[in-house]
Design a protein. Structure first.
Length: 448
């Protein structure tokens, strides 16, 4: 193989990871489907929190051989094996097939633990109507989906729906269930979030394990309340293998089954389209090499960028070019925009954050009001390489006019950590504040 440094090397690939659905995992591991393809846990004990020894390649093969010779080794029954005598991995060097199975975020977490179990438990606790009513009652907010009709009306459950529900799930249940149930919900939701990180450290893996331990320590409440009789569920058991799988194979999002389909578009279709469609294999190869060079360079630049931004944390914002309300009086601010006591609060804000500012708010009576503000949040490399933005909306109610119906007021709630603002020096990190842009009462913002 020609390597990146131009040298030609003899390469011996080793089978290290195997992305496949649960029934196929069991077939490949030569075990029954009521067993774990990775460890020798008993079929009735998959709800327990105690880890079990992993299956062993040599021992499994020798048990299978003995069984084939007509003997009845006790391990065959104990480990739930089935009579697949010549698995394809028998002669593969350095391969431990039982450690090859990758976590499956979509089927095990989103569709399995979340939709098939957690949502059903909570629905049974609250009743379908109350559950729906709580989803409907959630406050609408940019970036969060508002389930206007509740969730029993959702006919198509895709990964997107699951993630949108997980965003608001804790809010839906808070106050409706007792504290221990809430702990169970929180621990599983935490587990799902940590498991999706695109990169991990010992700390994040500890947090992942801690969520699972918390779930096991509190799960008995679900039995006490009569929702379930046991937790002997294959997908609940599969959570036990996440930390070790991530340690040995890398973060779980890399094994998402959506990735290979996406890569086919990027690496094959796009490459073919950029060729002149004649003798395209070599053209596609050159195109791929160039894309790789771009990607390598880009990742270096991103790394530099990350080093710089983490050394100088900054917050940037963007507002529309033109304000929706360019000329608003203080009286209108208080009545239409709901900014009660505007001038005294504004004066207090200026005095607190800009003690040396000469601006006298009491001498201003007209303000420019924007209806939205996008704040660029610091990148979180655990979650994504992309920049994150947070959009805050504030629009007063519009009255019905002619045939167009009125629109109710929409004021987002914004929690602003002023301690951090001060720590980073307000002026440097919030350039908007230098220009007299202020955020008032968390929800409404004006500009002098
Ligand atoms: Zn297992």
């Amino acid at each position: 193989m020609v390597c990146a440094d131009g040298f030609i090397r003899r390469v011996h690939p080793i089978l290290a990871a195997y992305v496949v659905d649960f029934p196929e995992q069991c077939l490949v591991a030569c075990c029954k489907e009521n067993r774990c393809p990775q460890c020798v846990v008993h079929r009735n004990e998959r709800g327990a929190s105690t880890p079990c020894p992993l299956r062993d390649v040599k021992e499994t093969l020798s048990t299978l051989d003995e069984h084939q010779r007509g003997k009845k080794p006790p391990e065959f029954e104990e480990e739930g094996l089935r009579a697949v005598y010549n698995p394809f991995w028998r002669d593969l060097p350095y391969t431990n097939i039982f450690a090859c199975f990758t976590p499956d975020l979509l089927h095990q977490l989103h569709q399995g633990v979340f939709k098939d179990h957690l949502v059903k438990w909570c629905e049974a606790l609250l009743g379908e109507d109350e559950f729906d009513a709580r989803f409907k009652a959630m406050h609408a907010h940019a970036g969060l989906r508002h389930f206007k009709k509740g969730i029993s009306a959702v006919s198509q459950w895709t990964g997107t729906e699951h993630k949108e529900m997980q965003h608001v799930f804790m809010g839906v249940l808070a106050g409706a269930v007792n504290a221990q149930v809430l702990t169970v919900v929180k621990s599983l939701i935490d587990f799902i979030y940590y498991a999706q990180f695109q990169s991990h450290t010992t700390r994040t893996l500890d947090a992942l394990q801690y969520s699972l331990d918390t779930f096991h320590a509190n799960k008995s409440i679900i039995v006490t309340l009569g929702i379930r009789e046991h937790f002997n569920i294959p997908k609940i058991h599969s959570l036990q293998h996440y930390v070790s799988a991530i340690r040995s194979l890398g973060s779980a999002d890399g094994y998402n089954t959506e990735a290979p389909e996406r890569l086919h578009i990027d690496f094959a279709k796009k490459a073919y389209r950029s060729s002149n469609k004649r003798d395209y294999t070599s053209q596609m190869t050159v195109w791929l090499q160039r894309q790789e060079a771009f990607a390598l360079r880009q990742s270096y630049l991103d790394w530099l960028d990350h080093k710089l931004t983490s050394a100088f944390p900054s917050v940037t914002y963007s507002i529309p070019k033109a304000a929706l309300f360019p000329d608003v009086t203080v009286a209108q601010l208080e009545t239409i925009h709901g900014a009660i006591n505007f001038l005294p609060v504004f004066a207090h804000f200026i005095q607190k954050f800009f003690p040396r500012c000469s601006l006298d708010p009491s001498r201003h009576d007209r303000f420019v009001v924007y209806k939205q503000l996008s704040i660029q949040l610091a990148r979180n490399h655990f979650i994504s390489d992309k920049a994150r933005t947070c959009c805050i909306h504030a629009t007063p109610a519009t009255l019905a006019r002619g045939r167009s119906p009125g629109v109710p007021a929409h004021f987002d709630t914004a929690l602003i950590n002023t301690e951090n603002l001060l720590a980073y020096k307000v002026r440097d990190s919030f350039p908007c504040l230098n220009q007299g842009f202020i955020i008032h009462q968390g929800t409404k913002f004006q500009r002098t």
